[in-house]
Design a protein around this ligand. Structure first.
Ligand SMILES: Nc1nc2c(ncn2[C@@H]2O[C@H](COP(=O)(O)OP(=O)(O)OP(=O)(O)O)[C@@H](O)[C@H]2O)c(=O)[nH]1
Ligand SMILES: [Mg+2]
Ligand SMILES: [Zn+2]
Length: 340
């Protein structure tokens, strides 16, 4: 039997027998991986409970949930238990705040940036603001310290921007600086990695784990950007007993969830697209495209359209991948109700 305290449960937190509690370790489109006293299991949501709820109430990695455990098949998640700390993605459109949880119940946020082209102070400040917002303690981890150059200037700049937050330079490649992370690697505590694609989050995880838990990917030579190697969020338990949530580079966060809520996340583009000549307009180069017209008129920023398109493509890819993995089971009586 598993002791959930080793998975970060503080038993007094919830008025619930621990046998009914599970922690989410990975989220796929509709399937959840969890750990509970009986071990690892898969679960689905109890739709009667979650139907109509906001995206932020859906379980995310790190969430504790009430679980109806089923030893022979999929278990059922009965509710998301209150979160101690969490990250969410917010749609910045005024008047339409949609929020979705990205990771939950962590103690420390590693704000990860690399000591190469990726090093960027405004970005660091944005990530730090998010980290503070989550309710957990941020630590700035500057990766790839083995890269040539004297990184003292970057370190000083990061320390200035981080305002009292500890800044640690490490190399997953050589192991340099890794021992400085030790104060944060406590058993039963949860860490989350936050940072752009390619900064070395998964490499750091693998280094801390002493084995290849997550796939890593080379960055593009031209601009040093990552290739979004990590595509979903997952929580691991290190040999030292620390739990680590690895996340995809920020631009790709929330893809799994977003695939069903893009309309809500981009109500401005959705509204314009209703005026497109073709109902299946992809807003690429079609004649009579109201979205492209809105960009031309300055009503919509090209950057926003680009992220919308990108999310659309990625969401479509993840949908296709999910479909290949399993044939979707038609749920009788739900069609029309959900509008899907
Ligand atoms: N030189 C050097 N390269 C590193 C280090 N850490 C990671 N890299 C390289 O950086 C690239 C990206 O590493 P990943 O660990 O996949 O980056 P990530 O942050 O997980 O990226 P996403 O999953 O796309 O968000 C890989 O080619 C790694 O080998 C390091 O400490 N030093
Ligand atoms: Mg990764
Ligand atoms: Zn269009």
């Amino acid at each position: 039997m598993i002791d959930l305290k080793e998975y970060g449960l503080i038993p007094e937190t919830y008025q619930l027998e621990t046998e009914k509690i599970a922690r989410v370790t990975a989220v796929h489109k509709e399937r959840y991986e969890l750990v509970c006293e009986q071990g690892e299991c898969c679960a689905r949501l109890k739709s009667a409970v979650y139907f109509g709820m906001g995206a932020e109430d859906f379980p995310t990695v790190g969430d504790f949930v009430e679980l109806a455990y089923n030893p022979v098949g999929d278990s059922v998640i009965l509710r998301t238990l209150p979160r101690r700390t969490f990250f969410s993605r917010r749609d910045p459109t005024p008047g339409r705040p949609t929020e979705q949880a990205v990771a939950a119940n962590f103690d420390t946020v590693f704000v990860v940036q690399s000591l190469n082209e990726n090093f960027n102070i405004p970005r660091l400040e944005r990530y730090l603001a998010q980290a503070w917002q989550s309710g957990a303690e941020p630590v700035v981890v500057l990766t790839k310290a083995d890269l040539p150059g004297d990184h003292a200037t970057e370190l000083a700049a990061a320390e200035k921007a981080a305002q009292g937050v500890q800044v640690i330079a490490v190399s997953a490649k050589t192991g340099e600086g890794i021992e400085l992370l030790k104060p944060y690697l406590l058993p039963g505590k949860t860490l989350v990695f936050l940072g752009s694609s390619g900064v070395g989050k998964s490499s750091l995880l693998n280094r801390l784990a002493g084995k290849e838990l997550m796939e890593t990917g080379a960055i593009r030579e031209e601009d040093g950007r990552g290739r979004h190697t990590t595509t979903h969020r997952q929580m691991f338990r290190l040999p030292c007993g620390t739990l680590v949530i690895d996340t995809p580079g920020m631009r790709q966060l929330g893809i799994w969830d977003v695939s069903e809520g893009l309309g809500e996340a981009f109500p401005d583009i959705e509204a314009f697209s209703k005026q497109c000549r073709f109902s299946d307009c992809r807003h690429e180069a079609e004649p009579g495209c109201a979205v492209l017209q809105a960009v031309a008129d300055g009503q919509l920023s090209p950057e926003r359209l680009e992220s919308y398109r990108k999310l659309h493509r990625e969401a479509a890819v993840s949908r296709r991948k999910e479909k290949r993995k399993k044939q979707p089971v038609k749920k009788p009586g739900r069609k029309g109700k959900t509008g899907r």
